[in-house]
Design a binder for this molecule. Structure first.
Ligand code: ADP
Ligand code: CIR
Length: 342
């Protein structure tokens, strides 16, 4: 294995931090799941436009390759290797009046967390048999949920192409063929043993075996952030009673991508900001102040359409779940005020 050829286009945190000397130190190390440096960095090498460029296959990846991951984690989250991650998953303490009672700006609200099941490798190293076992374990546990969390599991295999397209278009299902995940090995044996569980009104959903073993999602039309957070907290607790998740004192919930460590939470709104959208400098000044990310409305690496933006918390590690949602809440409040004033 040779030091990768990085071009001017390689702008990821991986290419920034992987010096030739560090590469030489790490290149022969492997985790117990036989995951080595080549696999850790492959997504960022093959996709020069990666922002981060690394994936983990187990908790051990974060230890064995810490000289690469620690500076990346510090850059992403401002979280140092001495810090501990403290969780606070309590919707009752969220300070939030409804932001957009007249439904003028916020189209929909979604909060998701990533979770991975203890004793299984993460997606980049899982084999087909383990993925199948995991799918079964997860959907069987979910099928025991009751009340407004009760629902059904739809494997990708069981859905018609038109049904999948509709679910993706309506923002309920992950896209297919993501090149970043592909290069990380996360699309191996696609589409087998992947799918989505959801309740009847699609306000509670779980993606199974995509980038992480589970993505637990609460979403609904409009801007009632507190209601979305409450449902998510209830769902996480109900699932956590049935399945043990990978977690560490230092890094919180373990995820395959280091951007999701800690809370593994992304709280977002789809928000219409036609005036602010004409002045991206002013827009970005506000999002930077409140630690927010701007994405397109078809998810990460997509474009925005018709002045509608996906705005979400950027920080996930070293702050609590309540703070993640509060970041988003305060930032969206400031964005609406700026839009009204523009
Ligand atoms: P993730 O949230 O899991 O990191 P993506 O950015 O790819 O991943 O988003 C996944 C899907 O969720 C996409 O279809 C995206 O449009 C949808 N989505 C995200 N936020 C919202 C929202 N507030 N309202 C409706 N759909 C949303
Ligand atoms: C990148 O480096 O840009 C991609 N690997 C995505 C990074 C963050 N997003 C994610 O985990 N979905």
């Amino acid at each position: 294995m040779n030091y990768p050829i990085f071009s001017k286009e390689h702008t990821s945190l991986m290419s920034k931090h992987l010096s030739y000397e560090l590469f030489e130190e790490l290149k022969d190390l492997k985790t117990a799941n036989n995951f080595g440096l080549q696999q850790v960095i492959n997504s960022g090498v093959e996709n020069p436009d990666s922002g981060v460029g690394v994936y983990a296959a187990d908790e051990e990846t974060y230890h064995i390759f810490k000289d690469l991951f620690d500076p990346i984690i510090e850059d992403c989250h401002g979280f140092s290797k001495q810090q501990k991650h403290i969780s606070h998953l309590d919707s009752s303490v969220l300070a939030s009046d409804e932001l957009d009672i007249e439904n003028q700006y916020i189209l929909s609200t979604r909060i998701r967390v990533a979770r991975n099941v203890k004793s299984f490798p993460l997606g980049p190293a899982i084999n087909n048999h383990q993925r199948e076992q995991l799918e079964k374990l997860i959907y069987q546990s979910l099928s025991e949920l009751t009340g407004n969390l009760a629902g059904h599991y739809y494997s990708l295999d069981s859905l018609k192409d038109s049904e999948k397209a509709q679910l993706i278009n309506d923002h309920f299902l992950f896209k297919q063929g993501d090149r970043f995940l592909q290069a990380a090995g996360l699309n191996n044996n696609w589409p087998k043993n992947r799918g989505v569980f959801h309740n009847s009104d699609k306000t509670f959903l779980v993606w199974i075996n995509e980038e992480d073993h589970l993505r637990i999602i609460s979403m609904q039309q409009g801007g009632d952030i507190k209601a979305v957070f409450e449902r998510l907290v209830t769902a996480i607790e109900a699932i956590e009673n049935k399945i043990a998740f990978m977690h560490s004192e230092h890094l919180g919930y373990i995820s395959s991508c280091p951007t999701n460590l800690g809370t593994a939470m992304r709280a977002s709104v789809h928000i219409k900001l036609p005036k602010l959208g004409l002045d991206m400098v002013a827009f970005r000044k506000i999002t930077a102040k409140y630690h927010l990310d701007i994405r397109g409305t078809q998810g990460e690496h997509s474009d925005n359409l018709g002045a509608i933006y996906d705005v979400s918390n950027k920080r996930r590690l070293g702050i609590s779940e309540v703070e993640c949602v509060q970041d988003m809440y305060e930032g969206v409040k400031a964005l609406i005020a700026a839009e009204k004033a523009a």
